[in-house]
Design a protein. Structure first.
Length: 140
């Protein structure tokens, strides 16, 4: 049964809404676009975290080296870098989400001689798993 508008024109059944087939086609297109976009988005988040991790490791290694040269002995803990003003705070490992997961590599022999105990030589991420390039986070 056709309906009439106020002006008296007949409305066809088509003008009342979308058919089920049209809605299904639109939903299928949206699903395909989401299936493509979500993995790309997730990889970009991982890539950003890895970039922050590389930057944090570079900065902490530089500060360990500067501390060692300035003080003539390596820092005993990461807190030494903070308390002596080399870092404002211990950075967060973006992969693990906390600043207590860093893996510290201690010196074999002290830079300052026998009078100083061995200190921090290097630092690595405590995160498990592999990066997008296939290397382990703990090897960085």
């Amino acid at each position: 049964m056709a309906r009439r508008t106020r002006s008296g024109n007949l409305l066809s059944r088509r003008e009342f809404g979308f058919t089920l087939v049209e809605l299904m086609i639109v939903m299928t297109i949206i699903s395909i676009l989401l299936a493509i976009a979500v993995p790309i988005y997730q990889k970009s988040i991982i890539r950003a975290k890895e970039s922050v991790l590389r930057n944090n490791l570079f900065t902490m290694r530089e500060m360990i080296d500067e501390y060692t040269v300035d003080k003539q002995h390596a820092p005993q803990t990461l807190d030494d870098l903070v308390s002596d003003g080399y870092l404002r705070q211990i950075p967060v490992d973006p992969i693990t989400g906390n600043n207590q997961s860093w893996k510290i590599v201690m010196e074999d022999t002290s830079v300052g001689g026998d009078s100083q105990p061995p200190g921090i030589y290097d630092i690595h991420s405590g995160a498990e798993g592999n990066a997008l390039d296939g290397t382990a986070y703990s090897d960085w």
